[in-house]
Design a protein. Sequence first.
Length: 107
Amino acid sequence: MFVTRVAGLITDKVGGGRLMALGIAALSTVFVTYGSTEGPQQFVDGLHPAVWVGVAVVFFGALCALCIPRRPRPADEQARARTPGGGTPPGFLHLRPLSPPSPLSPR
């Protein structure tokens, strides 16, 4: 089948592996269920739901990625403990906030 050969070609060149081939197979199944390649309108009729299924999968993956808790790396904690300012790593310029000039200081 044509889709199998294309999926194998893409996974070999991109390096997505079996998961990418599974995604291509699932989207091509949605495409074939709702449309075909016999005419322009049939192609669009199949492509439209396949694209929306792909959008839903990507959106779900993004939501899952946002739910991953972020933990500080041990290297960041050690760098903060070693610096005298407490938060500026070595090699970075630590700027203090400027205080307003006193009225008695010379200009």
